[in-house]
Ligand binder design. Structure first.
Ligand code: LLP
Length: 438
């Protein structure tokens, strides 16, 4: 987080609050969000893309009422991908007209909730959905603005992208084979839908602009095709090109994502140049960053429990440092081989670093938080470790595996902390039981 620093006593402060106090007050594991970090990334995005409402925070990265209020406050829009994300946003007072609803298999009831709440955009993802949404809007006496999700055949991750290889997936309408044009015809023909833009999402944790560039090129190619078939006047309302999310962040000190300003300037120029080259008026560029807003400003605090030295081939040993959470609060290491950085934060140590693996407390050996790292030799029970950049896709993908209860989430700002999501309790687990004991 931007507001992290180590005090003279060796204890790390997050926005001025000592991690030892946080652990004492709220317990561990604990997600700690640096509120100013989150908000400043919203502002950076808004500035970089020229207007706050063109930036949709992808709430799948992490959402609760407090986050929805920060996003609303900063003027950003919201991307939701389920009825749950929609309801938490609306419940927090997020303005419906700044919400975009996603999903490849939205239920009729989710569509109904979205249209009746008055969401700004629904991103349609299948022919059946175009029919369902048209019917729902008709029932509710509404005309719903929609974007069409286009599968552009570009798949990007971090440093690489693959063109043409990835049309064989569940999202969107393919460009090849004409499915996307069929969707355009269907939306134009639907009495209760208004086509206002095209959408593409090419992947996540992307460091380079090339994948977006090709995606933009292909989306603009479709706009061109639409004008050829329907004429400029009919297409004048189709003003949005949404390039989705995917802006990468730094998980390790060695990661070097491009600054947001730089990436945004390139994307803006690419969309302007390409539409000019296609003889089209410049569309409005929109984006949906989740990780790049929520990721960097949060750390997970864990307390160290047991330590075990395991003999490897030859003479080496690996130190297993167990913490009081694991794959239930961070599945990303086991699911994606994600890499994280952990630090001893409750004190400073000048002990020699040893090769270590940070593991959780779940009943499987794949329950690894950090596969390979270094830890001071003297790290032991009761020490606090902070794992950095856990704000995106950790809590939001958390589970109750082994019936561990979900950690609390606190926000820190200006030397103060406050609870935003309380820790789950055993009572929460028992409350789902239909048969209550007497
Ligand atoms: N828009 C759409 C349509 C998306 O599908 C996603 C992410 C985003 C925006 C936000 O992408 P971001 O800016 O956060 O990269 N669970 C995985 C990431 C899955 C992302 C799915 N879609 C992980 O933990 O790495």
């Amino acid at each position: 987080p931007r507001g992290a620093s180590r005090g003279e006593d060796g204890v790390v402060r997050l926005a001025g609050v000592a991690v030892t106090e946080l652990a004492e007050e709220y317990g561990t594991p604990l997600f700690v969000i640096d509120e100013d970090d989150f908000r400043s990334r919203c502002r950076d995005m808004a500035r970089a893309f020229g207007s706050a409402d063109r930036v949709h925070y992808a709430s799948k990265a992490f959402l609760c009422g407090e986050i929805a209020r920060w996003v609303a406050d900063e003027g950003l829009s919201m991307d939701v991908a389920s009825g749950g994300e929609l309801m938490v946003s609306l419940h927090a007072g997020f303005p419906a007209e700044r919400i975009t609803m996603h999903g490849n298999n939205k239920s009729v009831s989710e569509l109904r909730s979205a249209v009746s709440a008055g969401v700004g955009h629904v991103v349609v993802d299948s022919m059946q959905e175009i029919g369902r949404l048209d019917a729902v809007a008709g029932e509710l006496g509404a005309v719903q603005d929609v974007l069409i999700r286009v599968t552009v055949g570009v798949e990007a991750h971090t440093h690489e992208f693959i063109a043409t290889a990835h049309e064989d997936q569940k999202f969107g309408f393919s460009l090849s084979g004409g499915a996307a044009m069929d969707a355009v015809r269907a939306v134009f023909a639907a009495a209760n839908l208004r086509l206002v833009g095209l959408h593409s999402h090419i992947g996540s944790q992307i460091f380079e602009v090339d994948g977006f560039e090709l995606a933009a090129h292909r989306v603009i190619g479709l706009l061109r095709e639409m004008e050829n078939e329907f004429g400029a006047e009919r297409c004048a309302q189709v003003t949005i090109v949404d390039l989705g999310g995917g802006l990468g962040i730094s998980y390790l000190p060695s990661d070097n994502p491009p600054p947001v300003d730089e990436l945004a300037a390139k994307l803006t120029r690419i969309v302007a140049d390409q539409s000019a080259a296609a003889g089209l008026s410049a569309p409005t560029l929109m984006v949906e960053p989740g990780r790049a807003i929520a990721g960097p400003g949060t750390v997970t605090l864990y307390e160290v429990g047991t330590i075990k030295d395991v003999r490897l081939d030859g003479n080496a040993t690996r130190r297993y440092v167990s913490v009081d959470g694991g794959m239930s609060d961070n599945i990303r290491t086991s699911l994606y081989q994600a890499e994280y950085d952990a630090r001893l934060v409750s004190r400073e140590s000048s002990a020699e670093p040893v090769v270590a693996r940070v593991v959780g407390k779940h009943c499987e050996s794949g329950d690894i938080v950090i596969r390979d790292t270094w830890m001071p030799e003297d790290v032991g029970a009761g020490d606090l470790l902070a794992v950095a950049a856990t704000g995106a896709y950790c809590y939001s993908m958390s589970s109750r595996y082994n019936l561990l209860t979900r950690p609390a989430v606190v926000a820190v700002r200006d030397g103060e902390s406050r609870l935003v999501l309380r820790r789950e309790t055993v009572e929460d687990l028992l409350s789902l039981e239909v048969r209550q004991h007497d």
